[in-house]
Write a protein that binds this ligand. Sequence first.
Ligand SMILES: [Zn+2]
Length: 129
Amino acid sequence: MTDHEGAWQSGGCHCGAVRFRVFVAGAKAIACNCSICAKKGMVNLIVTSEQFELIDGAASLSTYQFNTRAARHKFCKHCGIHPFSHPRSHPDGYDVNARCLDGGCDHFEVEGFDGQNWEASVASIQSPR
Ligand SMILES: [Zn+2]
């Protein structure tokens, strides 16, 4: 895959109950230093609702919220893995955990995001990429 063409990639939680596919448009992902991304080891791929499809497992997903409760962090009730969220920065979109992609996330170029200073940093990920 080049930077100029996208492709649908499949992924899921650890036990396999939750399966999804996401349209990956480029080779860049985001590593965020906020309290929850740091603990999850998240590698974030932020996409629109048109670029994400939940294939299986809606009934296996639970939601974790904290602080402003704006983000809805989805996790599998069976295995505890967090495959995606509806992020505070893109409430109508998806923040996919690239670590849950079947192909892994080692091929992404990972950029830092200062989620500890979210208000000051958020514009950098809300502008078109
Ligand atoms: Zn699971």
